[in-house]
Write a protein that binds this ligand. Structure first.
Ligand SMILES: Nc1ncnc2c1ncn2[C@@H]1O[C@H](COP(=O)(O)OP(=O)(O)OP(=O)(O)O)[C@@H](O)[C@H]1O
Length: 584
């Protein structure tokens, strides 16, 4: 129960509703206790009538009274049972909602490393399936637990007062029932965990096959993927059948034990009646009703234990993630808007998970408003520079200064607000094109959206779609071509109008003419804005104020296009190569 203590704050939050729920549960059960004794009394009435101790009018009047009491209390018990569900189950839904929000909010603040360490399927599972298990504890378990406690507390003493021997024989099979159900629940729990884990594997596999459907088709992998899925599905079927086999024991066992209890009641009760130890056969009917009332709560004791165990295990998994602290922390409360001057001082950076040192002792300065192109072979560390400026990671050694201030002394949100990033792999949400562009500025007007789309040279394409800016993009924007996606992503950054633009090889999928048009527009749109353009093409660097050439995480060359073109080296070679490619 240690892990479930996390929920106490929610129980405190909803304590009034919870208390009302508990009171209602007790009332509902007390009303349900009335009926069996009036069934007994009614049978007694008929016995009295057949013995001639009461007359027909009296019989009719009393029978009518008893019927009204039975119907009335049954209705009241039903009404309170309804209210009980309305209160306790509702509280569990509120707790589920709060917990999901808490976990989601926490996920949002965790650093990129966390997302790399944990698979999306696992993140999804903890926020959905695990929270659902916890909800079973916060709602149904408490409700049925209270129900059972109230019944045991009221009914068992009542049975012993009415007919002690009969009561003893009636409840004798119950501990056995409870124990067996507990044992079965444990096996069910074990097997259903296996089924759950397996479902995770299966859904990750299917999700990846759908996302990668283009690659699968291109490589003609459909038959082998089908075979893999069939094998997985067969394994899943076997696991589910294993589970169904134990689950199948649950109800027959219950019915068997109810049957045994009923037999005891009839046999012992009948014997006692014949021996004159009990006055009326009505008591036998009353006890049979008690047996039926007690069966479910008794069975539930075993079931509840397994629900609590499952909830504890699930809450443990949730707590593991809640205990994760973001590696990148905001250490400054007040807002610190940035102007755009950037300096790297002997910066080295190693990715924790791969241990790759992407930047080695790197130093350079970029003045506010400058446009800087970063070139270099693939894997030389270009994107890493941009990630460090946006503080997606913190440097391993050295220092990054923004406007002369160490980056950690800036408010993280102000820093990111001042930056417009266009990543290498543009991500678009399943929403309209307009809303995708508006992502960084929700309140932007239609005109502003159109203007940035024009600057990013994607307006014409958008107008070509039948629903124009209202065109919905599929998952990951698959209805757009690579170049269109990149340009929508550029428009999104332009709309934000930040102090610093970080363009990460985001023109790689457009032809050189469009690239030039976009670069011209960017020049105007990003006037007085610091702009870093990572690229493999010299064309992106030609008009930059400065070019940085990287090799294996180190600065190889630095200067303007003209300066670097007059030196022998990587840049000049690249320029000549690309020039001859263009001429060809
Ligand atoms: N998120 C990451 N986790 C671990 N290692 C990484 C990560 N991103 C990059 N690396 C490694 O760091 C090195 C530098 O990568 P980076 O993406 O900065 O290079 P790049 O110059 O931008 O390459 P490209 O031109 O191919 O985009 C590479 O060796 C890469 O494998």
């Amino acid at each position: 129960m240690k892990e479930l203590k996390h929920l106490n704050k929610y129980f405190r939050k909803y304590w009034v509703k919870m208390l009302i729920g508990v009171i209602i549960t007790v009332i509902a059960r007390i009303f349900s206790l009335v009926m069996p004794s009036y069934v007994n009394k009614s049978i007694g009435l008929i016995e009295d009538f057949t013995r001639g101790t009461i007359l027909e009018p009296e019989l009719r009047e009393l029978a009518m009274q008893y019927i009204l009491i039975i119907v009335g209390t049954a209705l009241l018990s039903g009404l309170f049972t309804f209210l009980m569900r309305q209160t306790i189950i509702n509280v569990s839904r509120y707790i589920e909602y709060d917990l999901k929000n808490e976990v989601f909010d926490h996920y949002q603040f965790l650093s990129l490393n966390f997302y790399k360490k944990n698979r999306t399927g696992d993140l999804m599972n903890r926020i959905s399936e695990d929270i659902n298990q916890v909800r079973m504890y916060a709602g149904p378990a408490i409700m049925y637990g209270m129900n059972a406690l109230t019944l045991f507390g009221c009914l068992i003493p009542l049975m012993f007062i009415k007919a002690p021997t009969l009561a003893l024989y009636t409840i004798l099979p119950f501990p056995i029932l409870s124990f067996l159900i507990y044992k079965i629940s444990k096996v069910i729990h074990k097997r259903s965990t296996k089924v759950q884990q397996f479902l995770s594997v299966l859904s990750t596999f299917t999700q990846e096959s759908f996302s990668g459907v283009a690659v699968i088709k291109a490589y003609g992998l459909e038959p082998s993927i089908n075979k893999e899925l069939t094998d997985l599905a067969n394994e899943g079927r076997d696991k589910s059948i294993d589970l169904a086999k134990v689950e199948a024991w649950f109800f027959p066992l219950m019915i068997l034990l109810i049957g045994v209890s009923n037999l005891f009641v009839i046999y012992i009760g009948g014997k006692q009646y014949m021996d004159g130890e009990i006055e009326s056969v009505g008591i036998i009917a009353e006890f049979i009703l008690y047996v039926n009332m007690l069966t479910w709560p008794v069975a539930i004791v075993g079931w509840l234990t397994s629900i609590v165990q499952r909830a504890e295990a699930s809450q443990k998994r949730i707590n593991e993630f809640l205990k994760e602290t973001p590696q990148i922390k905001n250490e400054v409360e007040e807002a610190t808007p940035i102007a755009g001057k950037i300096e790297f001082k002997n910066v080295s950076f190693t990715y924790e998970d791969t241990n790759i040192t992407a930047l080695k002792n790197l130093s350079f300065k970029i003045e506010k408003g400058e446009t800087v192109a970063i070139l270099g072979k693939t894997g030389s560390g270009k994107s890493t520079i941009l990630e460090l400026i946006a503080r997606l990671y913190d440097v391993s050694s050295g220092e990054i200064l923004i406007d002369g201030m160490p980056i950690k002394k800036l408010n993280l949100f102000s820093l990111r607000e001042g930056i417009g990033t266009v990543p290498q792999d543009a991500f678009l949400f399943s929403d309209t094109i307009g809303n995708n562009i508006r992502f960084g500025k929700n309140d932007a007007t239609k005109e502003e959206v159109v203007q940035v789309a024009k600057d990013a040279v994607v307006h014409e394409n958008i107008m070509g779609f039948s629903k124009k800016y209202e065109t919905i993009l599929g998952e990951r924007g698959i209805t757009l071509s690579g170049g269109q996606k990149q340009r929508v992503s550029i428009a999104r950054a332009l709309l934000k109008n930040p102090q610093v633009y970080l363009f990460d090889d985001c023109l790689s999928a457009v032809d050189t003419e469009t690239e030039e048009e976009i670069l011209d527009n960017l020049k105007q749109a990003s006037e007085n804005r610091t702009t870093l353009i990572v690229s493999h093409r010299v064309s992106s660097a030609k008009n930059a104020d400065k070019v940085l050439v990287l090799e294996d995480g180190r600065l190889l060359q630095q200067g303007t296009h003209e300066e670097l073109n007059n030196q022998e080296g990587y840049y000049k070679e690249l320029y000549l190569n690309q020039l001859s490619e263009k001429e060809n």
